[in-house]
Design a protein around this ligand. Structure first.
Ligand code: NAI
Length: 693
């Protein structure tokens, strides 16, 4: 809905489309005649645009990108064209966020003012798009081309102060925004300052003749088109047009480029990710539940994970007490915490006082009794059922009755852990990813008896910690690791068949993963894989004794300078994986011993299909078993936790793109050629899509 009122010849137009005043096709259809009427009204001297609900507007409705507007619907482009035609003085009075299309609307005004707390940004690139309603043409006409590229390619969130400093805003106001907007409109009524009438410029002191150089540099700095840079290159083309072409033609080019992007596979995949993320909390019965307040947290174990989790609580403003019995570990944890906050201060991300406050909110103790008044305790001790059960029974005895007890276990049974307590409804898994203060993903694991209240509280606490929370059932490996194990299995099987590890990695890296599976094993540690393999035969290992052999040779991966690859400290960061032919020979030797034939000519396509379809098949089984709620949830897990390239939408979205039928038929062929571990999920034999609506 749009609300208008007049104040002494100034028409105030308020966008009121809760929750974030999106400029949907429907809202634009309403807005357009309001602008045209005001523009034709001799009594109106100026128009002030503002937003209700403490936000200017979140921009276009992402749902609208999937369809073309019907004749009775209008787009932001239509609205802005009408603004451009208007001879009235136009003022954007911004309080809260002005994002994407809303920022473009503001740029089509003659004046822009905002309250201190406001932010402006072009987030389109994150959806594989470019600002398509004049943003790429107007922004380089107010800031320079280099700055405009930077802001749009990085989707920078500008504070009001920043936007004032670079000339995007004319004023930052303290008080009431509409009043200030009306005052400015009254003062400046009659003035027009169309950006379209200005020229786009390069940075001060740089001649326009340097445009080709600036543009080619920009193209070099973004990823290649096929590897996540599809929209970025088009965005650069659009900004180039802002300088090279008259406004009208530049706008036409932007429009064409946007229309190409909106239909492109990467953008469709990224929009899927956007929606999948918003679906995550849609869990039957959850929305009616009021979460418990988490005012104080506890962590058991000050190791790698415990320390990261404690920092995540502190960053969320929740004071936390860590129980760690080993003095040395406490010292190490304190150093990690200190080092991390010092780094943040150094980089200008935190001020000294805030860093100090957060550091001080993490306390260490050896006494479980100090956790008595905790609302939520996360356990991160060694991965052993006996140790965990002992910890949970101690916690059960000391933590107040309303307190929730969570385990960060990666592989153990939450129900068995819960049975060591007298409060199973208040026990669940909260599976963080390393480093826990940085990685966004949090799997929230529901045990058989976990109550909705407990789940709701874990989701609320996770949100406060700015995590992307995904619900998982209580099954070995939960969602992410279960999928990972099958993917890892295929990678090792390929190497056992004679494909060198570096080739497997190269294929997956060129698909878009930040690293291939073997580099990942080396990073997480062959010793860790060995322990898992011994606790659970068949997991994290192949059909040979390769993992045992590497373990015996103390080739634990990056940390020991050798694993599937070797590492050389004298080369750069020392993390560069270097091909090691002795490992390939070891694979051949072990394969021979296990009677596995060596195959020549395994194609890149087969490598990719075996690794990715293993993910898809595991994902489909998890859906079948009800461990994961939706295919989209699995896509989010794999993107945020394991580096699946978001522009492919996640494994399940990717399967839809390839065609579920094709995936199924390939898996049947694999079963015939490679063995019964390629039993396809029943879900794949159906005709339906997995993640596509
Ligand atoms: P870690 O070995 O670095 O830390 C464990 C810490 O717990 C040690 O400092 C130890 O002194 C302490 N501890 C042991 N028994 C204790 C007790 N009874 N009371 C209090 N403290 C005790 O191990 P890490 O890597 O932090 O793993 C912890 C848990 O997190 C495991 O369950 C693991 O599976 C899980 N996890 C690990 C991930 C990783 O990437 N390292 C990722 C996700 C989960």
């Amino acid at each position: 809905m749009i609300v208008t009122h007049d104040v002494a010849g100034v028409r105030v137009v308020t966008l009121d489309n809760p929750p974030v005043n999106v400029l949907s096709f429907a809202l634009c259809a309403e807005l357009l005649p309001i602008i045209e009427t005001a523009s034709a009204d001799a009594q109106v001297r100026a128009i002030v645009f503002t937003g209700a609900h403490e936000i200017f507007s979140g921009g276009a409705d992402v749902n609208d990108f999937n369809s073309d507007p019907t004749p009775e619907m209008k787009t932001i482009r239509d609205v802005i064209a009408a603004m451009e035609r208007s001879e009235k003085t136009l003022v954007a009075a911004i309080d809260g966020n002005a994002l994407g299309g809303a920022f473009e609307l503001a740029l089509a005004c003659d004046y822009r003012i905002a309250t201190k707390r406001s932010h402006l940004a072009f987030p389109e690139i994150g959806l594989g798009l470019l600002p398509g309603a004049g943003g790429t043409q107007r922004l380089p006409r107010i800031v320079d081309v280099q700055a405009a590229l930077q802001l749009m390619l990085k989707a920078t969130r500008l504070t009001a102060a920043d936007a004032l400093a670079n000339g995007i805003l004319d004023e930052v106001v303290d008080g009431e925004i509409v009043e200030a907007g009306v005052a400015l409109a009254t003062r400046e009524a009659g003035t027009k300052r169309r950006l379209s009438e200005r020229r786009a410029m390069l940075r001060k002191g740089v001649s326009l003749a340097a445009l080709p150089f600036v543009v080619s540099q920009a193209h070099k700095l973004v990823p290649p088109e096929e590897n996540g840079g599809y929209a970025a290159h088009k965005l650069i083309d659009a900004v180039e047009a802002a300088v090279a072409l008259p406004f009208k033609y530049g706008l036409a080019r932007e429009c064409r480029l946007f229309d190409e992007l909106v239909r492109s596979k990467p953008s469709m995949a990224l929009r899927h990710v956007f929606f999948a993320e918003r679906e995550l909390t849609k869990i039957p019965g959850l929305s009616e539940i009021q979460p418990q307040e988490v005012a104080k947290a506890g962590v058991i174990g000050g190791g790698t994970m415990g320390t990261g989790i404690a920092i995540a609580f502190a960053d969320a403003g929740i004071p936390v007490t860590v129980v760690e019995p080993v003095d040395e570990q406490v010292e190490r944890a304190k150093q990690t915490i200190f080092g991390m906050y010092a780094h943040q201060v150094q980089r200008g991300r935190l001020d000294q006082a805030e860093a100090w406050k957060r550091g001080q909110s993490i306390a260490f103790t050896q006494e479980y009794a100090d956790l008595a008044d905790c609302d939520l305790v996360v356990e991160a001790v060694f991965e052993s059922m006996d140790v965990k059960r002992e910890v949970f029974s101690k916690l059960d005895a000391v933590v107040k009755r309303s307190g929730i007890l969570a385990s960060n276990t990666s592989t153990l049974d939450i129900d068995e852990i819960a049975s060591a307590t007298t409060r199973a409804p208040q026990v669940l898994g909260m599976h963080f990813f390393a480093p826990a203060n940085i990685m966004k993903l949090l799997e929230i694991v529901r045990g058989k008896q976990t109550s909705m209240q407990t789940l709701a509280t874990a989701f609320a606490a996770g949100k406060k910690m700015r995590k992307v929370c995904v619900l998982s059932g209580n099954a070995f490996g939960f969602i992410g690791n279960r999928m990972l194990f099958d993917y890892a299995r295929e990678a090792v099987f390929l190497a056992e068949e004679g494909v060198p590890p570096y080739r497997v990695d190269a294929v997956l890296k060129s698909f878009g993963f930040p690293m291939g599976p073997f580099a990942m094993f080396d990073l997480s540690g062959i010793d860790v894989a060995w322990h898992i393999a011994h606790a659970r035969p068949g997991v994290m290992t192949g059909r040979t004794k390769i993992v045992d052999r590497l373990y015996e040779m103390k080739r634990f991966g990056q940390k020991t300078g050798a694993g599937y690859y070797t590492y050389d400290k004298s080369i750069g960061s020392g993390r560069e994986p270097i091909r090691d032919e002795s490992v390939e020979a070891l694979f051949a030797q072990e394969a021979k011993r296990a009677g596995i034939a060596q195959r020549a000519n395994v194609s890149d396509e087969e490598i990719l299909q075996r690794c990715l379809y293993a993910l898809v098949n595991a994902g489909a089984m998890l859906l079948e078993e009800g461990i994961a709620l939706r295919a989209g949830d699995e896509d989010i897990v794999y993107i945020y936790g394991y580096g699946f390239p978001p522009y492919h939408g996640g494994p399940m979205w990717y399967a839809d793109e390839v065609g579920v039928k094709n995936v199924y038929e390939t898996i049947l062929r694999f079963r015939k050629e490679l063995g019964p571990h390629w039993e396809p999920s029943k879900l794949l034999s159906g005709k339906g899509a997995l993640a596509h609506a």
